[in-house]
Ligand binder design. Sequence first.
Ligand SMILES: [Zn+2]
Ligand SMILES: [Zn+2]
Length: 246
Amino acid sequence: MKTFRTDLHIHTLLSPCGDLEMSPANIVSLAGQRGLDIIGITDHNTTKQCELVWKLAQKTNLTVFSGCEMTSREEVHCLGLFEDFDALRVFQDYLNQHLTIIPHNAALFGYQVLIDEDENILEELENYLGASLDVSIEEIERKVHELSGIFIPAHIDRPRNSLFSQLGFFPPELKVDALQISKLAEEVTIREKYKISQDITIVKFSDTHFPSDLGKIYTNFEMESPIFSEIKMALAHENGRKVQVP
Ligand SMILES: [Zn+2]
Ligand SMILES: [Zn+2]
């Protein structure tokens, strides 16, 4: 078994709150320099910048998974990660159908730019990506799992946009692959505070929006190889695979 430093919650410049320096090329090069083995691209309510990050990483040792940080109707943030671009495209259609339409104000919320390999702007997204989807967290979870994806409620300990801040409890029907705690949180404290059973895996990712934060926070995945099925097994602590928050 090998250990892979993994951070599956990273924003690109396409997120309104993502720094313009978070270009796909910059993310790939910094992630490599700072010792990450696996990253996940999770912009707010869009997957459109994922493929370029993945493509640029093909010439490196870095593994990139594509995903999204969704905002549910209850304003809960949750991560979805997908194995391939077919699933990702279906999920992007789902996002297009369900994003609440609020015209984006770049001066107020920051740019939402989609760029190409030469860092030319392909598109400035017109609808505000920080708006919520018109579907519940349970509906989003079912959609992610229908596409064989990984579903992880984000930064569950935060006072805003988290499972506990928005719902006040953990919905018993919600099937999570793990829960992500925020960078300063301690796993033991969080388990105790929110009464999270040991059967539920806890991970820590960076939620990076700025180059300076990249690589600082990660979870170690102990598994055979950096592929999606191994990530799933590690999260489920199956067949000797496991995750460990350093
Ligand atoms: Zn978030
Ligand atoms: Zn985030």
